[in-house]
Design a protein around this ligand. Structure first.
Ligand SMILES: CC(=O)N[C@H]1[C@@H](OP(=O)(O)OP(=O)(O)OC[C@H]2O[C@@H](n3ccc(=O)[nH]c3=O)[C@H](O)[C@@H]2O)O[C@H](CO)[C@@H](O)[C@@H]1O
Length: 376
């Protein structure tokens, strides 16, 4: 039996593809340990996936502020020591990093132990971890069209984002009913990635009466610690129009399939799942994402014809945009067709087959293998 250590915690955008890959590897008789953080977002998401082994590690994001840089270095050293012990105890055949602050110590520990290490980049701009570990990683998975400065181009494979098995397209009307919404009315889903988006939550709360006027129901994933709740408005025709607020959903397929339109942050995980569920969207990039990667993600989504993008600076125009798009059946149909074409099926199947090859190729002597990999 082969074993994998998958470093994927810190945000839903890293954890979800890690879970998707673990699902595939386990179906191929691998044993997987997922390295996660102690953050609430990780514990929420893994609740449903008790079949995997988890190890929680503390970590800190990189920062150039001297006090934070020092804390980062200390936590990197501690994390690498912890991961080295884990590797000694669990004896994985490969270490996989999905970016974020937990990948670095795991990949370093894997490298020092002479194991093959691979890194997956989800975003349209390669993150810091991907750029750094690319000098020793045996494989670098990048989205098509994304480049990285490395002399070892032969190690790059262009693939999309692994999506969890449970994220599947289901009928819109039954999805609406499951959420407690009226299947005869439009549904606007608002979400801000795994931790919510305050700006989008505020926008939708202020827009509820205007949306209800047009008989648009709202399902908002608020993230954070707000309480769940719902509200009912009356439309000019006297119809009841519901708005539901939830902190977190454990059934994203139903939420996305119920949506006639989504207003969302442009995290790579949300985008991949919207493609899988054929949910068109207006993407509002998080304005402070590293290297503006959410802007690049949103631009690509729009370029593929899957929806639109809008800067958070123009939230004042969003209501008008939503009202126009959500009743434009021709446009929505076009978006849905493009979402279907953009959906990269079975990314985890490709990755798992590639990992099996990497592991069997490196079986001749792990430390020697890493030395050769560095020299090539
Ligand atoms: C603020 C920030 O920098 N966010 C980054 C983070 O995404 P972040 O975690 O914010 O968001 P993503 O959109 O990538 O993924 C969200 C994931 O959480 C799940 N989910 C979300 C809400 C919910 O109620 N239930 C639930 O299960 C979704 O199904 C999805 O799998 O990592 C992504 C992948 O590197 C990046 O593209 C994002 O830019």
């Amino acid at each position: 039996m082969k074993r994998a250590l998958i470093a994927c915690g810190g945000t839903g955008g890293h954890l979800s593809p890690g879970i998707a890959l673990a699902e595939e590897l386990v179906s191929r008789n691998w044993e997987c340990t997922l390295l996660i953080s102690n953050k609430q977002v990780d514990s929420r998401l893994v609740k449903k996936y008790e079949q995997f082994a988890y190890e929680a590690v503390d970590g800190r994001a990189f920062s150039l502020r001297p006090d934070r840089l020092l804390l980062f270095i200390v936590s990197l050293i501690k994390g690498t020591i912890r991961c080295s012990r884990m590797i000694h105890d669990r004896r994985p055949d490969v270490v996989i990093g999905f970016g974020g602050f937990l990948s670095m110590p795991a990949m370093l520990a894997g490298f020092f132990a002479g194991l093959p290490t691979v890194v997956h980049e989800a975003n349209r701009v390669a993150g810091r971890v991907t750029r750094i570990v690319s000098w020793f990683a045996r494989r670098i998975y990048l989205p098509k069209g994304v480049s990285i400065r490395t002399k070892r181009r032969s190690r790059i494979r262009y693939i999309g984002m692994p999506v969890r098995n449970e994220i599947k397209s289901i009928s819109k009307s039954s999805a609406k009913e499951t959420l407690g919404l009226n299947p005869a009315q439009k549904v606007l889903v608002i979400m801000g990635g795994s931790q919510g988006a305050e700006a989008l939550n505020k926008w939708v709360k202020a827009s509820l009466p205007s949306l209800a006027q047009k008989e648009v129901q709202v399902y908002c994933l608020t993230g954070g610690s707000e309480t769940d709740g719902s509200m009912t408005f009356k439309s000019p025709k006297g119809e009841e129009v519901r708005s539901i607020f939830r902190r977190f959903s454990h059934d994203m397929a139903t939420v996305l399939c119920a949506a006639d339109l989504v207003v969302s942050r442009s995290g790579a995980g949300s985008i991949a799942e919207m493609m899988r569920c054929r949910a068109p969207g207006i993407m509002i990039p998080y304005p402070f994402s590293a290297d503006d990667h959410q802007v690049a993600n949103a631009k690509n989504f729009e370029m593929l014809g899957c929806g639109l993008q809008m800067s958070q600076d123009y939230l004042g125009d969003l209501l008008e945009e939503v009202r126009e798009v959500i009743y434009n059946e021709w446009l929505l149909q076009k978006f849905r067709r493009n979402l279907e074409m953009a959906d990269r099926a079975d990314v985890q199947g490709f990755m798992a087959a590639d990992l099996e090859r990497i592991v069997s190729d490196s079986g001749f002597g792990k430390v020697r293998g890493n030395r050769q990999a560095l020299q090539s």
